[in-house]
Design a protein around this ligand. Structure first.
Ligand code: PSU
Ligand code: MN
Length: 308
C-alpha cells in the first residue's frame, strides 16, 4: 500500500534536506508539546532553546507540524511562535493528519504523527518529553494513545522521560511489549515516570551509552523488525519531583478531569495544564528540564547512529 510521496506533500527546510542528503545527524521534535503541552510563552521559549541544544550537540533540529495544511519538517522562529500562541492549532495524531492537511489547517503533531512524518522524511531519531500510553481506566474507556500503535509500526527511536502516572504505566509497558517495541531505560534499572526517576516498574532493558542505543536501532531495523524504539531517559535528580509528591497531585488532576467530564484527546492537555496549576508552575519547570536533558541525549544518539 505504499505509493511514492507526491513531491509537494512534505515541506522540508533546505537545512534539514541538506543534512539528510549528506548524512549529518538530524533530530525530529514534536509540536503538540508546544501547542497543547505547555503554556505561552514558556512553550515557545522551550521550543527555541531545545533546537539550540540540539545544534550545540552536533545535530540539526527538525521540529515538525502541519501549517496551512502542509506537513513541515523544520520550522522557522515565526512558525514556532504561531504554534505556541495561535488560538486555532489542532492536536494532530495520525488519524487527524489527512483531515488537517485536506482542510489547509494548522496542526500540532503528537508523538504518533511526528513519528510518521519524520519517517517519511527519512529521520530516525526523535526527542520529546513524554509518550502517550494506556490511560488509567482504559479497561472501560478504551483510551490507548495512538503513540503506542505508531511505535509498533514506524521506524523511529523516541527519546523521552518515560510515561507519566496520569497513565497506567504497567499496562503501557505491557502494550509496548505486545507491539514488539524495545523499551530501553538510559542509565537506570527502573523505568522512569516523567517527573520522577522512579515508577515502581523495572526497566525492560537498560543501556548506558548513546552508542548502545544506536546499536539497538541498527540491529532492530537490520533484522527487519519494523517499528520504533523507546529510550526512557530519567529526569536529572536535581529536577525531579518525587513520585509520592506528584502522585497526590496527579490523582487530584484526574479527579478534576472526571468531574468536568473531559476525556479523549483533551485528556492529556487538560491534565498537563491542571498539574501546572496545582504545582504552581513546578511541574512546568521539571517538564522543561527533562526536555533539555532529552535533547542532549537525542543529539548524541543521532550522531552515533549516523556514524554507523
Ligand atoms: N505527555 C506529555 N506532554 C505532551 C504529551 C504527552 O508529557 O505534550 C502529548 C504528546 O504529543 C503525546 C500526546 O504524543 O500528548 C498523547 O496524546 P493522546 O494521549 O491523546 O494520544
Ligand atoms: Mn487518547
Amino acid at each position: 500500500m505504499t505509493r511514492p510521496l507526491p513531491a509537494d506533500m512534505l515541506r522540508v527546510t533546505d537545512e534539514v534536506a541538506a543534512a539528510l542528503a549528506d548524512g549529518t545527524p538530524v533530530v525530529a521534535l514534536e509540536s503538540t508539546i508546544i501547542s497543547h503541552g505547555m503554556p505561552y510563552p514558556q512553550n515557545v521559549a522551550m521550543a527555541v532553546e531545545v533546537e539550540g541544544i540540539i545544534r550545540e550537540h552536533g545535530a540539526v533540529p527538525a521540529t515538525i507540524a502541519v501549517l496551512d495544511g502542509c506537513p513541515k519538517i523544520g520550522l522557522s522562529p515565526d512558525d514556532l511562535e504561531l504554534l505556541a500562541s495561535h488560538g486555532d492549532v489542532a492536536k494532530v495524531s495520525v488519524r487527524d493528519l489527512p483531515f488537517v492537511v485536506a482542510r489547509g489547517a494548522h496542526g500540532a503533531t503528537t508523538v504518533a504523527a511526528t513519528m510518521r512524518l519524520a519517517a517519511l522524511a527519512g529521520i530516525r531519531t526523535f526527542v520529546t518529553g513524554g509518550l502517550g500510553g494506556v490511560h488509567r481506566g482504559a479497561q472501560q474507556t478504551f483510551d490507548v494513545s495512538a503513540d503506542l500503535t505508531e511505535l509498533g509500526t514506524t521506524d523511529v527511536a523516541v527519546i523521552c522521560a518515560g510515561v507519566k502516572s496520569i497513565l497506567d504505566i504497567g499496562l503501557t509497558l505491557e502494550t509496548l511489549e505486545t507491539l514488539g517495541v524495545p523499551v530501553l531505560a538510559f542509565g537506570s534499572d527502573e523505568f522512569p515516570s516523567f517527573y520522577s526517576r522512579s515508577s515502581g516498574h523495572a526497566a525492560p532493558m537498560r543501556v548506558d551509552t548513546a552508542a548502545e542505543v544506536a546499536g539497538v536501532m541498527r540491529a532492530k531495523w537490520d533484522l527487519g523488525i519494523d517499528g520504533g524504539i523507546v529510550i526512557a531517559n530519567p529526569i536529572p535528580a536535581e529536577d525531579e519531583i518525587p513520585a509520592d509528591e506528584i502522585g497526590v497531585i496527579i490523582d487530584q488532576a484526574l479527579a478534576d478531569m472526571d468531574s468536568l467530564g473531559i476525556h479523549g484527546k483533551d485528556a492529556t492537555p487538560y491534565l498537563l495544564g491542571r498539574i501546572v496549576e496545582i504545582t504552581g508552575g513546578a511541574s512546568l519547570t521539571a517538564n522543561i528540564a527533562l526536555v533539555r536533558h532529552n535533547a542532549r541525549l537525542g543529539a548524541a544518539v543521532a550522531r552515533e547512529y549516523a556514524a554507523l
